[in-house]
Design a protein around this ligand. Structure first.
Ligand code: NAP
Length: 307
């Protein structure tokens, strides 16, 4: 079994920041990621609200952060963690290839896209239905598309698509948005974004590929069929935390319960979007990463916490 001091599960902003801080506190750190390093932000076209970076693509931001974590001395393990078990003195982590022993665990597994839950969604995913405007937007250049959701992701997706597509329908189930007002104002000014508020998608139509979506206005009951070959679903995330069932407490939505100290259980720390908290942003994920790493360092008895 390979040994490390701190295992960080997940290499998004929270995990990579935790790795940097934990290494700088003097510990051996192994950071596990089963997919692409960077987490959700990899799929974001442009990050505009992270301090001092200016405008940066999600991919460039993630690449720079991974480089920084590796240069600091964190070991990057490009493998999914399949199970985690508490054993004497720490934790046993299993990947498809190896087992690791870690004295402390930092969970930074983030969240994944929530599905809309409308009949036909699964069948037509990848055939007109997408969860990533940055990845798939270019496929709909010059065409009409729809975005569903009312948060920052939906607003960012609609903005990105409005630059590529002839028209964007923004479908949201309420009259007000969770997205930042400045971004909604930008969309209103774009000229090719039509807001369908108080509207829900009742039907998704298409055999081999999406042909239209049927939208109902829940206030006045009117129904409209939008002929569109592209529907971008941006209705939030669900946390990726099932792996830690039994080790930590989770809230009804699946987020791991921990306060601002990021302590979830003895020797277990949780950082980023998978933690119970109000604001899920890059900057709060990074902050969590630092807090969780320093809490883990304190737990393991670091003599000097920050370098
Ligand atoms: P979100 O803030 O949870 O918003 C999800 C939206 O989808 C809400 O407007 C919600 O409606 C709607 N929704 C949920 N379930 C639905 C359903 N079944 N049918 C129709 N609509 C549904 O999710 P998000 O926009 O993905 O953002 C997630 C987190 O990442 C947020 O904290 C956000 O601020 C952050 N984020 C940050 C940045 C950035 O830093 N630049 C960029 C993107 C996202 P209701 O409003 O009615 O609940």
């Amino acid at each position: 079994m390979k040994e490390t001091d701190i295992a960080v599960v997940g290499a998004g902003t929270a995990g990579m920041t935790a790795a940097i801080y934990a290494v700088r506190a003097g510990f051996r750190v192994s950071m596990f990621e089963g997919y692409m390093p960077g987490g959700q932000i990899v799929n974001t076209g442009e990050v505009e609200n992270y301090p001092a970076t200016g405008r940066i693509s999600g991919f460039d931001y993630s690449t720079a952060l991974l480089r920084q974590a590796k240069e600091a001395g964190a070991q990057y393990v490009a493998r999914e963690v399949l199970s985690v078990k508490r054993i004497s003195g720490g934790f046993e982590l299993e990947t498809a290839k190896e087992q690791y022993f870690a004295k402390a665990l930092i969970i930074a597994t983030g969240a994944k896209n929530r599905e809309l839950g409308v009949e036909g969604e699964k069948r037509l995913t990848g055939r007109g239905i997408s969860y990533c405007a940055t990845c798939d937007g270019a496929l709909y250049r010059g065409r009409e598309v729809a975005v569903v959701g009312g948060g920052n992701t939906a607003a960012a997706d609609a903005e990105e698509l409005s630059r590529l597509c002839s028209k964007v329908y923004l479908i949201h189930r309420r009259a007000t948005f969770r997205a930042q007002q400045a971004d909604i104002d930008k969309l209103r000014a774009a000229g090719n974004v039509e807001f369908l508020t108080d509207c829900v998608i009742r039907e998704i139509k298409g055999e081999d590929k999406l042909s239209s979506v049927v939208v109902e206005n829940v206030k006045d009951g009117s129904v409209r069929e939008l002929k569109t070959e592209g529907l971008f679903v941006a209705v939030g995330q669900t946390p990726t935390t099932a792996l830690f069932d039994g080790l930590v407490e989770r809230d009804p939505a699946g987020y791991i319960k921990a306060g601002e100290d990021c302590v979830a259980a003895e020797g277990i720390f949780v950082a980023g979007d998978c933690r119970t908290k109000k604001i899920r942003q890059l900057v709060t994920a990074a902050a969590d990463g630092a807090v969780a790493a320093l809490a883990a360092a304190e737990y393991l008895g670091a003599s000097s916490a920050v370098r």
